[in-house]
Design a binder for this molecule. Structure first.
Ligand SMILES: Cc1ncc(C[n+]2csc(CCOP(=O)(O)OP(=O)(O)O)c2C)c(N)n1
Length: 669
């Protein structure tokens, strides 16, 4: 790394608006991450650390931003923002334990480096995918706006991650909703080895602000006073008058992407030029030049920081690694929650279609939880494409029933941000198929959050799902298996109006992320008398639809009704039909009991056969209920093709056309 000996500062500092104690304090704050990093680089070489993403040369941004905010304002930092953590006074021992994967670290050895948050310090750490942070910041900012807290939220991104769709989505949502967020781009010249001219074509990234309709400025990121002054200025304005601002802070990455990757691809002259602009050495030289500090004071400060670092490291290094325990790992996948099933207060019932039951649950949950926010495309005045939230704006107002721009990922991320601030969020996918655009937020952010650092994601994603409506490959898919495979999510899939209401209420009550599947074909084709009052159905409990003696059919969703219908056509045999209702975690006890009842099992689902949920259940039955079986466990599902549009093709695709034959085969076995 090019090193400069800076006697005279080349950066332009101005004292205006700063008193001497603050100027000296900023020096200490700026120096600390630099000195920690210098130690970490040594430790890395000694094999004490496994990886390090250096922020050397960029410290003025993290430190300047964190210093200019109130301590209770959230910051969403990236992988080079050690200065955010040190400025927020995260205890160094705990931080070092985190870096080493020790038991006392923020993630108990489950995730590395800066991949954690600390609510106590108002920091929400990143996931590796970079961009998702920006949408989470939107949600936190929305929460502060709804609660009229007068707070600002800051989210960081590198210039590389501005090419991600999430950057666009998050900034656009913040603009449309006037959210009090400052987006800080740390433009350090390279994204791994990719220089800026291979990353974007606009002259300055700040120019993108115009496209989002938000104010944007480019600043000298190595000048701590300029960073501090800019953030303080906008934060003061935004607290009064919520709106987003984009700041492009120019800087340079003085080391490799991570220590193993080197800097061969960076021209030497560029390194040398930026070394002259070192944020720490320039500021130090300026303080000395202005006689705001003496050489002796510099030495005293350095000594004190060194001692603090060495002491903390010694303790961290001696601290234990986590002991591997299957029980402990499994126990932290979900946020602890003991559901108490709530019964309706009165006997009153009304005939409700499936679609009405969902609407009732949402309305009653909105009444019950003043902190519940609904978000989705066209769900406000228009009432959603299936009219489930019709009339909600009149009752609950537009702040809690929010039309969103067309951006599933940012909205799910915003849901997570709301949850961090103690809100509950329901996100409606217009059609379940569009969840693909929010996949990353769901499986990587929502699902893993509690396991990683103990924060829950109180978000329900509603998924209008399934085929039989001649809607083709993009409005008909069964996508539950994608989420079934993701630890940390709950997946519920009711098949009756009664369960639809009770399970949606339960999903909203549960502090964990829940994927709630609602079959579109059932919306208006199925009605029953259900309680008028609020009630919940237990998540994780299957339901015996009917008892029988000859075969057992384990199923869920629309297939429950098909199974009943087909059994009515078959004479001389009866089926035990089990509706799983919750797919994750699924009710193994009920499955085992249903298997024992007849010894002949068919697992049926609308989803494609290969890799469907039935495969897991069939495998489990074979392994755990082998002695009870009188026949091989059979499965029936859709063809392994995309969902076709036109009726004859769709009917051939769906399992209904093969179910009867399969049932007869099983009975005859
Ligand atoms: C979605 C995704 N794609 C690729 C990567 C691999 N990766 C990690 S950091 C990085 C470069 C990021 O550049 P930038 O946003 O400018 O931040 P910097 O590392 O320069 O601070 C890449 C490509 C990733 N983490 N996530």
């Amino acid at each position: 790394m090019a090193k400069a000996n800076i006697q005279t500062p080349v950066l332009n500092y101005s004292k205006e608006g700063f008193d001497k104690p603050l100027l000296v304090e900023l020096y200490k704050r700026l120096l600390k991450p630099r000195m920690i990093e210098e130690k970490m680089l040594l430790l890395l070489r000694q094999g004490k650390l496994s990886k390090w993403f250096s922020g050397i040369g960029q410290e003025a941004i993290a430190v300047g931003v964190a210093s200019a905010l109130h301590d209770d304002e959230f910051i969403l930092p990236m992988h080079r923002n050690l200065g955010v953590f040190t400025t927020r006074q995260v205890p160094l021992q705990r931080l070092f334990e985190q870096f080493q994967g020790k038991a006392g670290g923020f993630t108990k050895g489950r995730d590395r480096s800066f991949h954690f948050g600390s609510i106590e310090h108002h920091i929400v750490g990143m996931i590796s995918h970079l961009g998702p942070q920006l949408s989470v910041a939107d949600g936190i900012a929305l929460a502060t706006k709804l609660s009229k807290e007068g707070k600002v939220t800051v989210a960081f991104t590198g210039e590389g991650a501005t090419s991600e769709g999430e950057f666009h989505e998050a900034l656009n949502v913040a603009a449309v909703w006037d959210l009090p967020v400052i987006f800080v781009i740390e433009n350090n010249g390279y994204g791994l080895s990719t220089p800026v001219n291979e990353q974007y074509r606009c002259e300055r990234l700040a120019d993108r602000g115009i496209g989002y309709g938000m104010e944007a400025v480019q600043i000298e990121g190595n000048n701590i006073l300029e960073v501090y002054r800019t953030i303080r200025h906008y934060a003061e304005e935004i607290r009064q008058n919520p709106r987003p601002v984009l700041i492009e802070a120019m800087t340079f990455r003085m080391r490799g992407h991570e220590e193993a990757s080197g800097t061969k691809y960076v021209p030497k002259e560029l390194m040398e030029a930026w070394a002259q602009r070192d944020p720490v050495l320039n500021y130090e030289a300026w303080l000395l030049e202005e006689k705001l500090i003496t050489q002796e004071e510099v030495q005293t400060i350095r000594k004190a920081i060194k001692k603090e670092i060495d002491d903390a490291w010694k303790k961290a290094d001696a601290a234990p690694y986590p002991e591997a325990s299957v029980e402990r790992e499994l126990a932290d996948v979900y946020a602890p929650f003991q559901q108490e099933v709530i019964k309706p207060r009165s006997e009153a019932k009304s005939r409700r279609r499936f679609v009405d039951a969902i609407s009732d649950a949402l309305r009653q949950s909105m009444e019950r939880y003043p902190n519940l926010v609904l978000m989705g495309q066209d769900i406000a005045e228009y009432g959603g494409v299936f009219k489930i939230t019709e009339g909600f704006v009149e009752q609950f107002g537009k702040e809690r029933v929010r039309n969103t721009p067309l951006c599933e990922s940012a909205i799910v991320g915003a849901g997570l941000g709301l949850s961090i601030k103690g809100y509950k969020a329901m996100v409606e996918m217009q059609f379940g198929d569009f969840v693909t655009c929010a996949f990353n937020q769901i499986v990587n952010n929502l699902a893993k959050l509690h396991y990683r650092w103990g924060q829950n994601a109180d978000v329900v994603v509603r998924m209008p799902t399934g085929a039989n409506t001649q809607a083709g490959p993009y409005h008909s898919q069964s996508t539950e298996a994608w989420f079934f495979h993701t630890p940390g999510l709950k997946v519920v899939y009711p098949s009756t109006p009664y369960d639809a209401k009770g399970l949606l209420n339960a999903a909203i009550e549960d502090p964990n992320p829940v994927m709630y599947f609602e079959h579109k074909y059932l919306y208006r084709s199925l009605a029953e008398d259900i309680p008028d009052d609020y009630y919940t159905v237990e998540i994780g409990k299957a339901r015996t639809v009917q008892s029988g003696d000859d075969i057992t059919i384990i199923t869920y969703g629309l297939c429950v009704h098909w199974a009943v219908e087909i059994m009515q056509q078959i004479e001389g045999a009866t089926a035990e039909i089990l509706d799983l209702r919750t797919l994750l975690p699924w009710d193994k006890e009920a499955v085992a009991a249903a298997v024992r009842k007849t010894g002949k099992v068919l697992v049926a689902h609308e989803d494609c056969l290969t890799g469907g949920i039935g495969a897991e259940i069939a495998a489990w039955i074979t392994e755990h209920c082998f002695e009870s079986l009188d026949a091989p466990v059979m499965r029936v599902g859709a063809l392994d093709t995309p969902v076709p549009f036109v009726k004859p093709l769709e009917q051939q695709f769906l399992p209904y056309s093969r179910m009867k034959e399969k049932i007869q085969e099983l009975i005859a076995y």
